[in-house]
Design a protein around this ligand. Structure first.
Ligand code: ADP
Ligand code: MG
Length: 263
């Protein structure tokens, strides 16, 4: 609850968290199977620019698969997904365009262990974007400053704490200048004292108007930062609402059961 939430003591500036009329992500009647297993069922979801969406639900409900479909890390079999007006098809050109607009942060940071922090941040801009090295390094330092660890630039991931590594992962994503950020349980692998520093970074992004979809069980973050909370169960979006209504007045029995188990 708000008392024990790691974000409770931070004053949050919602003034810039405006939701625009412009659609960022549009998902229509989307279905996905893993072999015979129907993992996502009839997903309909429209996300506007500037929205901060928290996705929650029991383990195995399809949260990761859903956000992996949004940047084409997984293929969907039925229905449509479009990102900033670009339809996600198996056409590689579109996939590249969508991936360059969508940043993704995973539970297990996925940094390259043999590269320095700076090199982790400049790799994709240099090799995918063909950004000159000097410029890529300047951008990387800008975002390492933003996540408050510029002094770690020349170290290797293994020399950093989990919270620091996750902030590097966020900075690395930002170096590609995404319009949308997807987070898949970014604090689940962290010790409690490190959760706050990562949530702070995410709050800062939200305050700058970033469109975000966050799979997380940090309900303090959901209450204070999200404009919409989505509950998934068994591959479906069961319920969605603004946080206040979602937590205080859940409609479905499945949502009530889930909330009673985590709050
Ligand atoms: P969540 O993130 O909500 O825990 P996931 O999206 O990871 O759920 O998984 C949803 C379901 O799909 C689970 O039953 C999981 O075992 C299954 N699943 C996930 N990835 C694969 C895969 N690559 N192949 C087969 N089944 C998978
Ligand atoms: Mg998951």
């Amino acid at each position: 609850d708000a008392q024990t939430s790691p974000v409770a003591d931070r004053k949050i500036d919602r003034s810039k968290m405006a939701v625009s009329d412009e659609v960022a992500i549009e998902i229509r009647d989307m279905n996905k199977w893993f072999g015979n297993f129907h993992v996502l069922r009839d997903i309909n979801l429209t996300v506007n620019q500037g929205e901060r969406i928290v996705v929650c639900g029991p383990s195995g409900s399809g949260k990761s698969t859903l956000i992996r479909c949004i940047n084409a890390l997984e293929e969907h079999q039925k229905g449509t997904i479009s990102v900033d007006g670009t339809l996600l098809s198996n056409d590689l050109k579109n996939i590249d365009r969508v991936r360059s607009e969508v940043g993704m942060v995973f539970q297990h940071f996925n940094l390259f262990p043999h590269l320095t922090i700076l090199e982790n941040c400049t790799l994709a801009p240099i090799w995918v974007r063909k950004t000159p090295k000097r410029e890529a390094e300047e951008t990387a330092m800008y975002f390492l400053n933003k996540v408050k660890i510029p002094e770690q630039a020349d170290k290797y991931p293994g020399q950093l704490s989990g919270g620091q590594q996750q902030r590097v992962a966020i900075a690395r994503s930002l170096c590609m200048r995404p319009r949308i950020m997807l987070f898949d349980e970014p604090t689940s692998a962290l010790d409690p004292e490190m959760i706050k520093e990562v949530l702070d970074t995410m709050i800062q992004l939200a305050e700058e108007g970033m469109t975000m979809i966050c799979v997380t069980h940090e309900m303090g973050f959901a209450r204070q930062v999200a404009n919409r909370v989505i509950f998934m169960d068994q591959g479906q979006i069961v319920e969605q609402n603004e946080p206040e209504e979602f937590f205080n007045n859940p409609k479905s029995d499945r949502t009530k059961l889930f909330l009673s188990q985590i709050l």
